[in-house]
Design a protein around this ligand. Structure first.
Ligand code: FAD
Length: 435
């Protein structure tokens, strides 16, 4: 280890134990974990500011924010969740809020502060150009600094946390760039007439073909109103749907009366499942660059934090062991798949199905949701799948076993360890007992 927690060397060639590409939630969490594990850590971020510009909507979950130790003034708890399809609505009330909307910049700056206090150094305005290789292994990166000088950073482990651009992963050929992705456009509005307790998810070809629209309130009269579409499933431009949102959904016009944008955000989210390999010699990929977000609704912030923490801890272990081979770093791959692999696979199966849904099918889908309890709806939206959850959904909607969805439930339950197909008698008899 270089030991001091700081980089050593000259401006042209600097050396750290762990070099992290990207100061988003994955990179910052990896930095804190690696520095806490005793490694010297540098984070190179191409933007001038951590957490800005914003390219995410910040929808997340109270339990995870508490688990991460995020201060409660950095997220806004939500009491009412409303799913709208062209002709249906499912409403869920949470007296004890489960989901929340983040102050994105605030949370990322908080994570940055923790990384620094753990001993990492952050370098904003420092775009990484590519990996340095020796005998096929990653030994560092070439990057510009804030004065536009090109230099080398040598490291025992490089962590690619560069999000959608996946700067190092792509150049190392671990995968060929994301071909299927969500494209989102969003206004952050001052909206004096919007109910700050209510979050909307809105589906249907009128508002968001092969995707959905959202209204995510945060505190102080601010609301993020956005539209996301999946490419190349559709060609439509999310920006156009965003600009005509109120005309397309006049029932929400009163909520947005008198509102005005204060910020405009766009972003891309990988939507093709988990990358096959996250590690190679000297390299770990984490967060969006490894496809670690849930494709169900394009949710990646908490997953980026969890996977960044795992990546940083394993990077520090590798430094301590003096072994940053792909074989050693593979423990991160196994840990991640053990914890999140099944849920991510199932989410991807669901995403591919619902991306093709017609308006009529969305009406049916929201009707199915309407029959669920608030807790079941939250578990589904979180992607916290279990055999018990799916049986519960089927008990409230036994007719699903007579539709094409039956195959999905059988496959999903197999992934969760239950091999026997569900029978209608089982669902109906238990449903009757519960009733
Ligand atoms: C429109 C939209 C809405 C979303 N809404 C939600 C939501 O509501 N809730 C949710 O949980 N998730 C949401 N997501 C997904 C979420 O934003 C991502 O999953 C999450 O940001 C992934 O974190 P990350 O750290 O892996 O990557 P990022 O947050 O993308 O961070 C990567 C960082 O690396 C930097 N970087 C990139 N290339 C380089 C380089 N060459 N050199 C140096 N730095 C570099 C970038 O500037 C960036 O700061 C949304 C995504 C989009 C596109």
């Amino acid at each position: 280890m270089t030991g001091s927690g700081q980089a050593s060397g000259t401006d042209d060639v600097r050396t750290v134990d762990v070099l992290i590409v990207g100061g988003g939630p994955a990179g910052l969490s990896a930095a804190e974990a690696a520095a806490s594990g005793g490694a010297s850590v540098a984070v190179l971020e191409r933007q001038k500011e951590i957490g800005y510009p914003v390219h995410t909507s910040g929808g997340s979950w109270v339990a995870d924010m508490k688990a991460f130790g995020i201060p409660s003034d950095l997220y806004h708890p939500i009491k009412h969740v409303r799913f709208l399809s062209p002709n249906r609505e499912a409403r869920f009330e949470y007296s004890e809020p489960v989901c929340c909307v983040l102050d994105v910049r605030g949370v990322y700056q908080h994570l940055a502060g923790r990384a620094v206090r753990a001993g990492a150094t952050l370098h904003p305005n420092s775009p990484v150009e590519g990996p340095m290789l020796e005998d096929g292994r990653v030994v560092g990166v070439v990057a510009k600094d804030h004065r536009n000088r090109v230099g080398q950073w040598r490291a025992s482990v490089v962590v690619d946390a560069s999000g959608f651009s996946s700067t190092i992963v792509t150049k190392m050929g671990l995968r060929q760039g994301f071909k299927r992705y969500g494209y989102g456009a969003e206004y952050d509005l001052v909206a004096p007439n919007y109910n700050p307790d209510t979050l909307y998810l809105i589906m249907g070809s009128q508002v968001a073909p092969a995707g959905y629209a959202w209204a995510f309130p945060r505190s102080k009269g601010r609301v993020r109103l956005g539209v996301g579409v999946i490419r190349p499933d559709v060609d439509e431009d999310a920006r156009e749907y965003l600009d005509t949102f109120v005309q397309r959904l006049p029932s929400l016009a009163p909520d947005f009366a008198g509102s005005s944008p204060v910020e405009y955000h766009t972003g891309l989210f990988p939507s093709e499942g988990v990358v096959e390999r996250f590690v190679s010699d000297g390299l770990i990929a984490t967060g969006d660059s490894a496809g670690h977000g849930s494709t169900l609704v394009g949710e990646g912030i908490r997953f980026a934090i969890y996977s960044g923490q795992m990546a940083g801890a394993v990077a520090a272990e590798a430094v301590r062991a003096g072994d940053s081979s792909a074989q050693f770093l593979g423990r991160y791959d196994r840990q991640w798949r053990g914890r999140f692999g099944r849920e991510m696979d199932i989410s991807y199966i669901v995403n591919q199905r619902i991306a093709r849904w017609s308006d009529a099918r969305w009406d049916e889908g929201v009707e199915i949701l309407r029959r669920l309890s608030p807790a079941q709806a939250a578990e589904l939206l979180r992607g916290d799948y279990s055999v018990g959850l799916f049986l519960g959904v089927l008990r409230k909607n036994p007719g699903l076993l007579r539709t094409g969805s039956r195959k999905f439930f059988d496959v999903a339950m197999q992934r969760l360890g239950r091999q026997a197909p569900v029978t209608e008698a089982e669902v109906v008899s238990v449903g009757q007992q519960e009733a």
